[in-house]
Design a protein around this ligand. Structure first.
Ligand code: COA
Ligand code: AMP
Length: 642
């Protein structure tokens, strides 16, 4: 790459900030509109910004039909590769269009209309993508719930999104077990105040679910006699989907994504960030239940006319640590996007990269990592063995695409380990002190983004404008508060160091320790509790619970620990990975009663910490260290602050 491509990035980034309407207006030419917008950026109700106001389009049309019309009908749209079932299946753009139109027709017959919500509780099978696009085709709003969440979490989302319909499947497949979805779905509907009118259930050969007469419909029966539905024109500002993500409480935040801005931004990213051309094979090894799955398994590659891989398996054990390389070779993948944790899992089983050497990776061009901090060891290991650029990029469910990264399609900046490189177009990233002043280069502060955010980012939270303002726009007026802390160095590289709230990242999955504490507190013997995220070699972080028992409780600690662990699994789900807890006499607090979770976490991870000036009783810290040692943490802690 030459100096001039770095200049190109500088010019592009500067223009995206000085002339957002001009910049994104040009990018919007890549999308097919039924009616062009009246205003690129409507700031009349700031800080509620709206992109492409007055524009009318359909996201599913842009993802599928327009490619068929342009001659891509015979190109694979989806390759379903499922090592857990031994299946490889290809669906062309034409077949995909027909399947989506027919399923949309089936939903329409069941009463689904533009603006209705549809919850999808699906494993990684092509039907999940068909259902998402069918919603988009009708202008209905989908909300996908990850299969690793428990019925209670699903019920919370039912109450908030109030869907007319649920689309689910009989089961998901984990390497060690069949996960029966239908009993969880039934339990969630039972618990929820809002009941959907109908459920469509895809019966997989591995498990046949029992259907509730009058409410549930077999996927294939729903299709019988259905009339393919046309694309429904929607406003650019209409919601395409709601994706719930962890907040600081047990009530998840319903992040809204619009249609127009989302399509424009994601299409732009495929060229400029990922450097992928239409027709190439792009693979995001994630799950449709997460934002990475929404943006880069489904919408961005389809908007760009790529072939996308729906992979049902794990990076290791399905069947071996070569499964990623086998998939890349088999389908001629050019670009892979996954979470660092997947690479840590592979590296652990194949430290010398021998499995990589067994496959022909010609044509594989780049690896993108996101979802959690990339540790330099893993990144270097991937670089050394794959011999392609390994790019860390930083983003959030709220943003829908990368805030900062290395824009491979414009200029590949030298990689600095630990940094997610430079802000992408539209992102005016600042590191702020609490008084809103900018931190000097290299100093850690709250990472904020000057408003307006670029297209594709959340316009608000579902039914919760006030919460949107309070969560993101209040503490730093004029800025979006990312909730991440970090710094920018002298070269303008962005470093993400930690969260400033109680969100943790377990195997690339975003979880709230506050939500886990709510569950622990509901146990009859628990007086108070704290949950912290501690460092983990494989998963980045794992949750760890401390419980203080009510006076007079006289049962073995081990029994209570077992019960609280089960409670979190039942209430939040296996994805929380809450497996470690300990009973303690008391918790360390400030004099005003705030639990010192940060200090506890540092003790657990054997990091230096300062004795908090406001601590009420310093003698509690050694007790915490002793308790942690019983779980294998705080090994080098001597019970004193550094
Ligand atoms: N449905 C039901 N259960 C699920 C599930 C799903 N879709 N996904 C995960 N689970 C369960 C797992 O079976 C496991 O249950 P267990 O406690 O009974 O073993 C639990 O949830 C925790 O899952 P996970 O954190 O994925 O751990 P793992 O040991 O099964 O796998 C990794 C570890 C690193 C291999 C795996 O997390 C991985 O591939 N991560 C990639 C990250 C990713 O895709 N992130 C998305 C953002 S890019
Ligand atoms: P999610 O909403 O699940 O995508 O999680 C978003 C959070 O994950 C961010 O706020 C960060 O804390 C973390 N995160 C995502 N990508 C990165 C990255 N590349 N580096 C560091 N942290 C990241």
């Amino acid at each position: 790459m030459t100096q001039s491509s770095a200049e190109l990035y500088n010019q592009m980034h500067a223009r995206s900030l000085s002339d957002p309407a001009g910049f994104w207006g040009e990018a919007a030419e890549e999308i097919s509109w039924i009616k062009r917008w009246d205003t690129v950026l409507d700031d009349s109700k700031a800080p509620f910004y709206r992109w492409f106001k007055g524009g009318v389009m359909n996201t599913a049309y842009n993802c599928i039909d327009r490619h068929v019309e342009a001659g891509r009908g015979d190109q694979p749209a989806i390759i379903y590769d499922s090592p857990v079932t031994g299946t490889v299946e290809t669906i062309t753009y034409r077949e995909f269009r027909d399947q989506v139109a027919l399923f949309a027709g089936a939903m329409k017959r069941l009463g689904v209309e533009k603006g209705d919500r549809v919850i999808l509780y699906m494993p990684m099978i092509p039907q999940a993508v068909v259902a998402m696009l069918a919603c988009a085709r009708l202008g209905a709003v989908h909300s996908v719930v990850f299969g690793g969440f428990a019925p209670h979490e699903l019920a919370t989302r039912l109450n908030d999104a109030k869907p007319r319909l649920i689309v689910s499947a009989s089961c998901g497949i984990e390497p060690n077990r069949i996960v029966k979805y239908k009993p969880m779905l039934d339990a969630a509907i039972e618990q929820a105040e809002h009941k959907p009118e109908r459920c469509i259930v895809y019966q997989r050969p591995q498990e046949t679910a029992e259907l509730v007469a009058g409410r549930d419909v077999d996927w294939n029966d729903a299709l019988k006699g259905a009339v393919p539905a046309d694309c429904v024109p929607v406003e650019a500002t209409d919601p395409l989907y709601i994706l719930y993500t962890s907040g600081t409480t047990g009530q998840p935040k319903g992040v809204i994504r619009d249609n127009g801005g989302h399509a424009v931004a994601l299409k732009w990213t495929m060229k400029h960030i990922y450097n992928v051309k239409p027709g190439e094979v792009y693979w995001a090894a994630s799950d449709v239940g997460w934002v990475v799955g929404h943006s880069y398994i489904v919408y961005a590659p389809l908007l760009n006319g790529n072939t996308t891989i729906v992979f049902e398996g794990k990076p290791v054990g399905t069947p071996d640590p070569g499964t990623f390389w086998r998939t890349i070779e088999r389908h001629k993948v050019t670009t892979l996007f996954t979470a660092p944790t997947a690479f840590r899992a592979i590296k652990r089983e194949d430290p010398n990269g021998e499995w990589i050497g067994k496959f022909d990776l010609t044509g594989f061009r780049a690896l993108f990592l996101a979802g959690e901090r990339s540790d330099p060891d893993t990144l270097q290991w991937a670089e050394e063995h794959l011999k392609v650029p390994v790019i860390d990029h930083w983003w959030q469910t709220e943003t829908g695409w990368a805030i900062s990264g290395n824009p491979l399609g414009v200029h590949l900046f030298p990689i600095k380990y630990g940094s997610a490189t430079r802000p992408m177009a539209g992102w005016d990233v600042r590191v702020l002190a609490p008084d809103l002043s900018e931190m000097p280069r290299g100093d850690i502060g709250a990472i904020c983004v000057k408003l307006p955010l670029p297209p594709g980012t959340l316009p608000s939270l579902w039914g919760a404008d006030e919460r949107f303002l309070k969560s993101y726009l209040t503490d730093y007026p004029g800025y979006y508060q990312t909730g991440d802390a970090g710094f920018i160095d002298d070269d303008g590289y962005v470093y993400i160091m930690s969260r400033t709230d109680d969100i943790i990242n377990v195997a690339g999955h975003r979880l709230s320790t506050g939500a886990m504490e709510e569950v622990l507190s509901s146990h009859k013997d628990v007086a108070e509790c704290a949950v912290i995220g501690v460092a983990d070699d494989l998963k980045g972080q794992v949750p760890l619970g401390f419980v203080v028992l009510k006076m007079g409780v006289n049962r073995p600690d081990a029994e209570i620990v077992k019960e609280v662990v089960q409670l979190v699994r039942d209430q939040i789900g296996p994805v929380a990975d809450f497996k470690r807890a300990v009973v303690v006499e008391r918790l360390p607090k400030t004099r005003s009663g705030k639990i010192l979770r940060g200090t506890m976490q540092k003790i657990a991870d054997c990091q230096d910490y300062k004795m908090p000036a406001t601590i009420d009783d310093p003698a509690i810290l050694p007790e915490i260290a002793d308790a942690l040692k019983t779980l294998g943490y705080a090994k080098s802690h001597e019970g004193a602050a550094a």
